[in-house]
Design a protein around this ligand. Structure first.
Ligand code: ATP
Length: 220
């Protein structure tokens, strides 16, 4: 009987408002460094009152789909947008896990800023029961890890991402090309009628222009 090796699946959640080169380049570099079979970008729902005058969930999803269309290793997973309320990451992990084999490996990618906020996430201490956590450095973030995270790192981090063995349970930092790009910066540039060319893929730029997105100044 043929034996199949465990699959290696990465997930990167975010609002992707809009998706930009730091998301995409970071995702691709992790795919290659960790030899992932695929990496899924999972756009998160936002409470409806926070949508306008920003892009809608459908528009954020459409931009992520355009961004990865030519890169087979990056996929889009719209499960959080199909739910009728915003999902917690733990719910998404449980849902993805439910579709995988027990020994498949799941890697949750988070930027350093998101990682520092982990102790505020719903049932955060259960996250590592479902996945490994891969932390992306973020040159534009200056957050400090709270004590609870430092304790978690002391117990669960491995110095080399190749040491993330088994289906779940450990944390590693990965080096990737530092790109100090944020969606906030992109929205601000667009509101000031400035170009965001080369900060987002050309197809995303075309979509933003066609749909007249992010023209209004907002506080975020
Ligand atoms: P915003 O500026 O609207 O807060 P963002 O650029 O941080 O958006 P998100 O969609 O919130 O983008 O990010 C999704 C994930 O990608 C998060 O884990 C975030 O930390 C990570 N990320 C975003 N930008 C970068 C970057 N420049 N370098 C590394 N990680 C990043």
């Amino acid at each position: 009987m043929a034996t199949t090796r465990p699959r290696r699946i990465g997930i990167l959640g975010g609002t992707f408002n809009p998706v930009h080169i730091a998301h995409l380049r970071g995702a691709l570099e992790v795919v290659e460094q960790l030899a992932l079979d695929e990496l899924r970008l999972i756009p998160s729902a936002r409470p409806p009152h926070r949508e306008a005058p920003q892009a809608t969930a459908e528009q954020r999803l459409a931009m992520v789909e355009l961004a990865v269309a030519d890169e087979a290793r990056l996929k889009v997973d719209d499960r959080e947008l199909r739910r009728d309320k915003p999902s917690f990451t733990i719910d998404t992990l449980e849902s993805v896990r439910g579709e995988l084999a027990t020994d498949d490996q799941l890697f949750l990618l988070v930027g350093w800023d998101a990682f520092c906020s982990l102790p505020t996430w719903h049932r955060w201490q259960a996250l590592l029961d479902h996945c490994h956590i891969v932390v992306l450095q973020r040159p534009d973030a200056d957050s400090d890890a709270p004590q609870a995270l430092r304790d978690l790192l002391a117990a669960r981090s491995v110095s080399n991402p190749q040491g993330l063995v088994g289906p779940c349970g450990h944390i590693a930092f990965v080096w990737q090309t530092p790109l100090a790009v944020s969606a906030t910066q992109i929205r601000h540039l667009l509101a000031e009628k400035r170009s965001v060319r080369f900060l987002v893929p050309d197809a995303v730029l075309a979509y933003i222009q066609t749909h007249g997105l992010y023209r209004a100044q907002t506080d975020s």
